[in-house]
Design a protein around this ligand. Structure first.
Ligand SMILES: Cc1ncc(COP(=O)(O)O)c(C=O)c1O
Length: 478
């Protein structure tokens, strides 16, 4: 199968298309952008962001007009991105006082903010009450007592939604699975009961306005959303009986998956990176369960992050080195997990050589980043090592190698790129618009990346400047 054939499934009007040998993004030549702005460089599409903002709202409002989409700003709290989705009527979910301050700075007023987190400080609660936001999603009875104390002190009433544990198991990796009692998030039925008792005793400080769940990220099993919705319907009805005047919404969180895989002959390791469902399927499943139990007057909140911004950006990397070892080619990029932190957790991002996008001759290679750790690679170093160790320890396991591989190894070992790909080339790493810039860091003295946005008129604007060498020292020089 050729590279050109593989491109076809995701060529999408002007969003990504091949012209000559170049990969174009919203009509802009990615290779030219890399040479003009340097790499690593994130390139966002304003049009795709707007489409996603509208699409996510429509997916739910088609079934239930009273739906608010609260973009999980941790996925990409870039000011330009926040303002753009805000213009489309999207509200925000924040996870810290910093994100709360940034949201207000971007122009979101308090009635458009919900605040999650498992360890909110008093200072953060003060921020959330000045003035009171739409909902503080409470994670424990202790936290509710802290909120009540701060609210009483300030003479305001805090709007709270209780974060429940729906007991939903499975889905993607344990690190991003948040709906089970084994995770640190949310409250059991007993803990919720304690909160209800506490709230009943402090009606001037606490308004119980909602119930919240969030079951994880990149959740590709529609059954888990149905289970979570049944929990919300049941628990929401029970809480509403106790606080009929205040209880106004249920929040089903985010986690809506996107399809990271751009071709059909997927390696078995690809698992949950290949999604067969999207937000529209989740809405069609969850909304009727919620409205049947809670009626048409209930407001439904959602908190998509990944599905809002992932597929709206690519990250451009330069090839800085190459090595041929025992018949395997290793390709060294200037971009590793300090720029694409999810790659360090074993996340799969599809790659295309931007300046050889039409090459027909392809080859398999090990693609790696520049950092000084063995995990700074675009394959699953940990999983491959665990598999090798198990097979070495018990040769009989060889008969189950395929099964073990599918459970332990979460990325294909090799990437197929044009065979001529080498130093000086530009690799476009797709679907990198969520959770990357936000987590990017200075590790190994690497500068955090720049980002540009291609506007709807085709113009290019900076939305984040690249760090400078001074940024590496500025906070430590007194
Ligand atoms: C409470 C909460 N809501 C929403 C999200 C967004 O999840 P996703 O980006 O998978 O949609 C997260 C992500 O961690 C979260 O913790």
């Amino acid at each position: 199968m050729t590279q050109a054939f593989r491109l076809r499934p995701f060529e999408d009007g002007d969003f990504l298309r091949v012209e000559g040998d170049r990969l174009l993004f919203e009509g802009a030549d990615l290779t030219a952008l890399a040479s003009e702005y340097g790499t690593p460089l994130f390139v966002y599409s304003a049009r795709r962001l707007r489409e996603n903002a509208r699409g996510l709202q429509t997916a739910f409002r088609r079934h239930h007009p009273k739906t608010s989409v609260c973009f999980a700003s941790k996925a990409c709290a870039n000011l330009s991105v926040l303002r753009l989705v805000g213009e489309e009527g999207v509200d925000l979910e924040v996870n810290s006082g910093g994100e709360l301050a940034k949201a207000r700075h971007a122009g979101f007023d308090s009635s458009r903010l919900v605040f999650n987190g498992v360890a909110k400080s008093e200072a953060e609660i003060v921020l959330a009450l000045d003035p009171p936001i739409k909902a503080i999603n409470v994670d424990s009875p202790f936290e509710l007592s802290r909120i009540a104390a701060v609210a009483s002190q300030r003479g305001v009433r805090a709007n709270v939604a209780l974060r429940g544990v729906p007991g939903v198991e499975g889905g993607s990796t344990a690190g991003i699975e948040t709906g089970s009692t084994r995770s640190k998030f949310g409250m059991t039925a007993e803990e919720i009961e304690s909160c209800l008792a506490l709230a009943s005793g402090q009606p001037d400080a606490i308004a119980v306005v909602g119930l919240h769940v969030h079951i994880g990220s990149q959740m590709t099993d529609i059954g888990l959303y149905a289970e979570a919705a049944r929990y919300v319907a049941r628990q929401g009805a029970a809480i509403r009986e106790r606080f009929p005047a205040d209880f106004a919404h249920v929040n089903i969180g985010g986690g809506f998956p996107i399809d990271y895989v751009k071709y059909d002959d997927q390696a078995p390791e690809i698992g949950y990176f290949h999604s067969h469902i999207d937000a529209a399927d989740i809405a069609a499943t969850a909304v009727p369960i919620l409205t049947d139990a809670l009626g048409a007057g209930i407001e439904i909140l959602t908190e998509p992050g990944r599905s809002m911004t992932s597929n709206a950006a690519v990250c451009l990397a330069s090839v800085e080195g190459i090595k041929e070892r025992a018949g395997t080619r290793w390709l060294y990029l200037d971009t590793g997990y300090s720029v694409l932190p999810e790659s360090g957790f074993g996340w799969y991002f599809h790659m295309v050589t931007a300046n050889r996008a039409a090459d027909m001759e392809t080859a398999q290679m090990r693609v790696v980043g520049p950092l000084c750790d063995s995990i700074d690679v675009y394959f699953d170093m940990e999983g491959e090592s665990k598999l090798a160790a198990l097979l070495a320890a018990e040769p009989a396991l060889k008969a189950h190698e395929a099964l073990l591989r599918s459970k332990l190894v979460h990325m294909p070992p090799m990437r197929e790129l044009p065979a001529a790909t080498g130093p000086g080339d530009v690799v476009a790493i797709l679907d990198t618009g969520a959770y990357q810039i936000e987590m990017a860091n200075h590790y190994c003295g690497r500068l955090r990346p720049a980002a540009v946005m291609v506007g709807e008129n085709g113009g290019i604007s900076f939305i984040r400047r690249r760090d400078t060498l001074e940024d590496l020292t500025a906070a430590e020089e007194f």
